[in-house]
Write a protein of this length. Structure first.
Length: 156
């Protein structure tokens, strides 16, 4: 069975990612997201199939720099532990390090650009687009910004 890692930050990105939960049944999956009060209960449901990274916000830039370094290190550790063949992400900054490390190690990267943007690239979209094996947009208008992307429609 193929190992698939599903990763995103918390909030709307995680809500989008969880729209794909029917896929979990088809693969040896693992979920990674940021830990906060809104998603702590996912551990009860997914048990050892979910891991958490620390929650970080760029509004507190000094502490964020140290958290991001830790996120990078923990992402490498989790990648080595999980060894996914595919990484599927809806973004944001939490997903960047593991996608790049995974690409170096031979994983296929599938990125789904957020539904929230109709005519503007996200920072993570710009970061992952060059390395994505499959880059999916949820709005046809986004194909102008990401010409190699595939239109997948809404995942809601």
């Amino acid at each position: 069975m193929k190992k698939v890692l599903f990763i995103s930050s918390t909030g709307g990105h995680l809500s989008e990612l969880m729209q794909l939960k029917e896929m979990f049944k088809k693969y040896d999956y693992h979920i990674i997201t940021e830990k906060d009060k809104t998603n702590e209960k996912l551990k009860e449901k997914y048990k050892d199939k979910i891991s958490y990274l620390p929650y970080g916000t760029r509004s507190k830039i000094i502490s964020y720099i140290f958290k991001y370094i830790y996120i990078c290190i923990k992402s490498i550790y989790l990648y080595i532990k999980i060894r996914p063949r595919y990484i599927i992400t809806t973004g944001t900054h939490t997903a960047g390090p593991i996608c790049y490390f995974g690409k170096i190690c031979g994983s296929k990267i599938i990125y789904i650009e957020t539904f929230a943007n109709i005519n503007k690239k996200t920072a993570t979209g710009r970061l992952i687009y060059p390395i994505a094996d499959l880059f999916i947009v949820q709005w046809e208008e986004m194909l102008k910004l990401y010409p190699k992307a595939k239109y997948g429609g809404s995942i809601y």
